[in-house]
Ligand binder design. Structure first.
Ligand SMILES: Cc1cc2nc3c(=O)[nH]c(=O)nc-3n(C[C@H](O)[C@H](O)[C@H](O)COP(=O)(O)O)c2cc1C
Length: 399
């Protein structure tokens, strides 16, 4: 199974500390093309034509987001790159940032021109402090080269909270507040950072932009499936012989990635998409990796036959309960109740009423939580009950 490198095309090829090596690979040509006679609307049309959807988890159409912010008739607008990468099992953005910071900078400058913003922020995960100097160096060299004359980029470091990857909490964090989810609408393209129109995109989403502008939206739209265009970068970990970062055309089979590239054996289940991602049994491993079937942020965690589904789900829920911002009741209380029940099962017990209670709490959380954390937190639990229900039932019988 061959990888196709659009996002990772420069990774391992250029020197991330030397802009000249990026320029040798057509670096900043897409920005030059954009600034030389292409209108802001034409850029946005090209992104819309490409079919590019957000790679941070939700899959929102990138061009539509840019169009909404572009249309806002105000002087001050912002571009934010979400490099928080707090999702369990995700390390693709770090891989990209440490190998090719220049494509990201070029993409942010194109985004700034397209929507009419003069300033951008990279919101960097606290644990990625080691990348700060590398990013500052890249921004400095881009400035010296005259590529950031009309657009300034600053870096804001996170403080170690998973919720700050959620776009509205992230904006609160940049504004110097405690990172908590905002009520929506309004959405960021109309009212975002400091109340101004803002686009927020994941690192990987932005990495596609220069190639789309350079080669055209039509070129990009020919790759992938009906609703999932281009490639996706996956972070593969767990019970595999070759953990790592892989880029595949969207629509490729999960089996090709897990067994073909990462060389997993005796797979029992796979979690796709991070902490709140779906857990599927081995029998479903031929599922295509696409927004219309299964995707999320691209974290693939593989579990072999020695793993216990309840332990996995319990640990994930503990993490989510700890990281919940506490603002809305369904998520704050729901995650705690689930931890309590799952702990009982993990100790080898479980009450007769526990399974139905888990299902009831799950549906309340999904329907009424304020943000994606609470809405998606029950997914692994629901999947585990769907595919491994007998494990729970056997524990109850052991009482
Ligand atoms: C709890 C939570 C954590 C999130 N963490 C991240 C993250 O670390 N990185 C990211 O790009 N998006 C994250 N998101 C998604 C963002 O809210 C947002 O959808 C994304 O940055 C938009 O960019 P995209 O359209 O390019 O995907 C998170 C969402 C939730 C609900």
């Amino acid at each position: 199974m061959a990888q196709q490198r659009i996002v990772l095309r420069n990774c391992g090829v250029i020197d991330p500390m030397q802009i000249s090596t990026y320029l040798d690979r057509d670096g900043f040509k897409a920005l030059k093309k954009a600034l030389a006679g292409v209108t802001q609307e034409q850029i946005i049309d090209e992104i819309k034509l490409s079919g590019l959807r957000g790679r941070g988890g939700a899959g929102f159409p990138c061009g539509l987001k840019w169009e909404l912010a572009g249309k806002a008739q105000v002087d001050e607008k912002y571009v934010i790159c979400n490099a928080d990468e707090g999702e369990i099992g995700t390390f693709k953005d770090r891989y990209i940032l440490e190998r090719d910071p220049f494509t990201l900078i070029e993409a942010m400058a194109i985004a700034g021109y397209a929507i009419g913003a003069k300033r951008g922020y990279i919101y960097l995960r606290a644990e990625y402090h080691c990348l700060l100097d590398l990013l500052k160096n890249a921004i400095g060299q881009a400035k010296e080269g005259g590529f950031l004359d009309q657009f300034d980029i600053d870096i804001r470091e996170g403080a170690g909270a998973y919720i700050c990857g959620e776009e509205s909490a992230l904006m609160d964090s940049i504004e110097g507040k405690r990172g908590e989810v905002r009520y929506r609408p309004p959405f960021p393209p109309s009212r975002g950072l400091w109340g101004k129109p803002t686009i927020i995109n994941n690192v990987e989403t932005l990495m596609n932009i220069p190639q789309i502008i350079f080669n055209g939206g039509h070129w990009f739209s020919q790759l992938g499936t009906e609703q999932s265009k281009g490639t996706k970068v996956f972070s593969v970990s767990g019970d595999v012989k070759k953990p790592g970062v892989y880029e595949l055309v969207l629509g490729s089979r999960l089996r090709e990635l897990v067994e073909g590239l990462a060389l997993a054996e005796k797979v029992k289940m796979v979690q796709v998409g991070g902490a709140t991602g779906r857990i599927i049994p081995y029998e479903m491993i031929d599922m295509p990796l696409a927004f219309e079937s299964i995707l999320g942020a691209g974290a693939i965690i593989v579990f072999n036959e020695t793993r216990d589904i309840i332990d996995i789900v319990y640990r994930v829920m503990e993490f989510l309960a700890e990281e919940c911002c506490g603002k809305c009741t369904p998520c704050r209380e729901g995650t705690e109740v689930m931890v309590e029940i799952l702990e009982r099962f993990s100790r080898g017990g479980g009450l007769e009423t526990d399974i139905s209670l888990l299902e009831e709490v799950a549906s309340a959380m999904m329907l009424s939580s304020l943000c994606g954390l609470g809405q998606a937190a029950p997914i692994p639990v629901v999947n585990s009950l769907q595919y491994f229900r007998s494990v729970y039932e056997n524990r109850i019988r052991q009482n």
